[in-house]
Design a protein around this ligand. Sequence first.
Ligand SMILES: [Zn+2]
Ligand SMILES: [Zn+2]
Length: 272
Amino acid sequence: MKPHNRPVTESLRQQRIRRAESLATQYPFASQILSFYIQIARFQQDLYGRLEARSAAVSPTSGPPELPELLSSFPKFLALIEKQAPAPLAEIARDLSHAPSNSWSDLLNNVWSSPGELSDQPTDPAEFLAVAFLQPYAEFVRSRVPLQLEGYSHALCPFCSRKPALAVLRPLGDGARRNLLCGFCLCEWEFRRIVCPGCDEKDHAKLPVYTAEQFPYIRVECCDTCRTYLKSIDLSKNGLADPLVDELASIPLDLWAQERGYSKLKPNLLAM
Ligand SMILES: [Zn+2]
Ligand SMILES: [Zn+2]
């Protein structure tokens, strides 16, 4: 299996939502966050479908055909957040929905064009909302451009230059190969196993890996040099796992790592 620039198919999205539903009942500590995620994921799924339809209906020479669809979908997204999100976030969505629409395009443009550093620690909740809203669009655009993934060996996403949100171990022969996954455009690319994607540290002794009994298929890969961590979902140990969803659900691992002074290389879609 060679790395390729795959779009996330309709059935994969549905599987992901089902996985979130099942983990929400399995892990009470994650049920609230997963229920919220499911609402967002359903919205994203619809938006992706509308973007696809819009793009197919308009000839590609007439400018970015998805833009009107995006801007007209943003109020629906804000309404969803206002209704479903915890109070502080719901309030931000309400304020934004009353702001002039040119401030929306500024926000969306800023988040779209700043490759990561602005969004690394999304303390600005409006920015978090924009990232979650634009995620399916990023995926849509990424799956339509030619990307040379074979031989790509950098730690930043080859499409949007963001830091990876997590790692995935995919079965390969008797072991597993490590891929990094971008949480924004969902690009997945191969990366060496014993290298920190945050600072390029290669010294085995400075790259401790932790697991917890509760999640035997999730590794917390830490770096004692830059004090960051990312979670690695081992699909060779649990083929039912969905990397994005299982990463979100395993909140105790984040608390554990953060208590020990590690900070997450890249916060996930729910800003954790
Ligand atoms: Zn990306
Ligand atoms: Zn490091």
